[in-house]
Write a protein that binds this ligand. Sequence first.
Ligand SMILES: [Zn+2]
Length: 336
Amino acid sequence: MMMTALKQTHVRISRLDRMLITAVVLLSSVFPVELFSNTLPAPKGLDGQYSGKQGQVLVVKVKGEEQATEVKGTFLSRTIQFFREFRPGEPTGYIGLLGIDMQDDPGTYELAVEVKQGEQAKQLSFNVLVAKEKFAVEHLTLPKEKVDLDEKSVARWKAEQEQVKQALAENSRLKLWHSNFVEPVNGKRTGIFGSVRIMNGQPRNPHNGEDIGAPMGADVAASNDGVVRLTVDHVFSGRGVFIDHGLGFYTMYFHLSEVLVKDGDLVTAGQIIGKVGATGRATGPHLHWGVKLNGARVNPYSLLDLPFKSGVTLPTPATIPTPETAPTPEAVPVRE
Ligand SMILES: [Zn+2]
């Protein structure tokens, strides 16, 4: 009798607990700041909320009637330079591309935006929810010498890393890219961006780009307008090209058999910059396509999926070839 009564009480409390927890969760999602105003250091996300997965690119919009002198965002210590958006018949606004690095920890972070107008500055605060992406695990078997580097190769690799770091630190303050992105090669999207790599049984750094399978010697196009910041012949990347599209946005093309551009060249979207190869650490001919956005390693295909439909800035000049067999952004499946 006692036992039953106790049990029932216990059940009732559990149900009540569950209801309370549900209510708190519901309330906190509606009033994230007010409910815990005593425990949170400062209200965040007052101006909106964004969410995305690791490796994704988010388009952040800031409204503004007047022309600001500078609009700059800070997210996880990265600086996001906003640019002016103009659409006929719509109020002027500013857009920033926010990259979520493939290894950013899931959670909620603040994107602080400062809108400067002459002497005055306005602060905006957005919440950015970073969700976990389910990255694949890849097992690769490579010649031993390509995985276990000797001392000389390790020193070379370190020097190459430094060279890339320095070149990428110098990004163009001008926005050179436009909304019509081009898939650099007509090939098979392998969907292994961010995959955890096990090489010859040893865990290695995650894969920081997308590999596109294509025949040896196939044309590789620049995915947007920009300036060639660096051309390399590196131990892992092989022959490669780094393009600076401005405002902290870079694309990279690795394992090329041939490089057809040189440092400082201006390139346009669709321009052939090299040929598919298997130089560096590669198991066969393919293009490694990588993107860095304000230092965040993002999935290059998220650029093709960006919601820019009606040219934010420049229209694509008619002379620029667009790969005919390339899938339209709408038709490209987003990998889960
Ligand atoms: Zn790759």
